[in-house]
Write a protein that binds this ligand. Structure first.
Ligand code: NAP
Length: 225
C-alpha cells in the first residue's frame, strides 16, 4: 500500500517504521523538509519525503499525525478542501486532550472529516502511547494488542485492518465514524487514569468471559438492570 503522512513526529515515525518494514511504500509529509527527509532516511531506501500536498497525493492511505490544533490547517495545506484526499483512506490518530484536565478539547474525527470532503476517515491508533506502537509486536501478557477502529467506508476499514495486522495487532471493529468520539473519550479517560492517577486503566475492564453475555444473546447494558 502507498502510505503518506501529514507530520513527521513520533507517531508518524513509530507507525511508518513498522509499515515500511512490512513492505509498504511510505512518503513522509512534513512542514520542515529536512525533518521529513531525515525520517524518510531512517525508514530506508524505499521511503521518500515531501510537503503535505505531495504526501496527500501519494498516499492511498494518509495518516494525520500532527498535533490536534494543527490538523485542520495541515489538511488545508494538503489541499483537502479542494478534494486532494477524495476517495483516500484518511487515518486519524489524533487526540485533542486538554493537558492536566484530561477532557476533550475538540471532536477531532468530526473536524477532520469536515475538512476533507470525499475522504474515507478512519479513527484508529489513538489509544496507546507512541512507545506501544514501537513494540515488535505489541503483545501484553501473551495477548496481542487489540486496536479499535471506527469508519464508514468498507474499503478504508479493510485497508486499516491490514495496517493494524501488519503491526502484529488485532483489529477490533468499533463501528461507524459517528462512534469515533467514543475512542477519543476513551483515550482521555485512560490517559487521565495513567498520567493523572498512576492507575492501570487496563484493569477497569473485565475479560470477555465476564462481560455478561448470555447464551447466544446480546450482553445486557451494564447498569441497565
Ligand atoms: N505521542 C503519543 O503517544 C500519541 C499517541 C496517540 C496519538 N497521538 C496523537 O498523534 C498526533 C501526533 O503526535 P506525535 O506524538 O507524533 O507529535 P510530535 O512528535 O510532536 O509530532 C507532531 C508533528 O506535527 C507537526 N506540527 C505541529 N504543529 C504543526 C503546525 N502548526 N503545522 C504543521 N505541522 C505541525 C510537527 O512538525 P515539526 O516537527 O516541524 O514541529 C510534527 O511533525 C497528535 O495528534 C497526538 O494527539 C500521539
Amino acid at each position: 500500500m502507498r502510505i503518506g503522512t501529514l507530520g513527521a513526529g513520533s507517531m508518524a515515525e513509530a507507525l511508518t517504521t513498522r509499515w515500511a518494514g512490512q513492505g509498504h511504500e511510505v512518503m513522509i509529509g512534513a512542514r520542515h523538509p529536512e525533518k521529513g527527509a531525515a525520517l524518510a532516511g531512517r525508514l530506508g531506501p524505499g521511503a521518500t519525503s515531501g510537503g503535505f500536498a505531495e504526501a496527500a497525493a501519494f498516499g492511498e492511505a494518509v495518516l494525520v499525525a500532527v498535533h490536534a490544533e494543527a490538523a485542520v490547517e495541515v489538511l488545508e495545506a494538503a489541499g483537502a478542501r479542494e478534494g486532494a484526499l477524495r476517495g483516500r483512506t484518511l487515518i486519524d490518530c489524533t487526540n485533542a486532550i486538554v493537558p492536566g484536565r484530561f477532557t476533550l478539547g475538540a471532536p477531532m474525527a468530526e473536524l477532520i472529516a469536515e475538512a476533507t470532503p470525499g475522504a474515507h476517515v478512519v479513527k484508529a491508533f489513538n489509544l496507546c502511547h507512541v512507545d506501544v506502537w514501537r513494540l515488535t509486536p505489541p503483545v501484553f501478557d501473551g495477548v496481542p494488542l487489540g486496536v479499535p477502529l471506527c469508519g464508514d467506508d468498507p474499503g478504508a476499514l479493510a485497508a486499516v485492518r491490514t495496517l493494524i495486522a501488519d503491526l502484529g495487532c488485532v483489529p477490533l471493529p468499533g463501528g461507524p465514524l459517528e462512534r469515533a468520539p467514543l475512542l477519543e473519550a476513551t483515550a482521555a479517560l485512560a490517559i487521565g487514569l495513567w498520567l493523572g492517577e498512576g492507575a492501570d486503566a487496563r484493569s477497569a475492564l473485565p475479560p470477555l468471559s465476564h462481560a455478561g453475555i448470555e447464551d447466544g444473546g446480546q450482553p445486557p447494558v451494564p447498569g441497565s438492570r
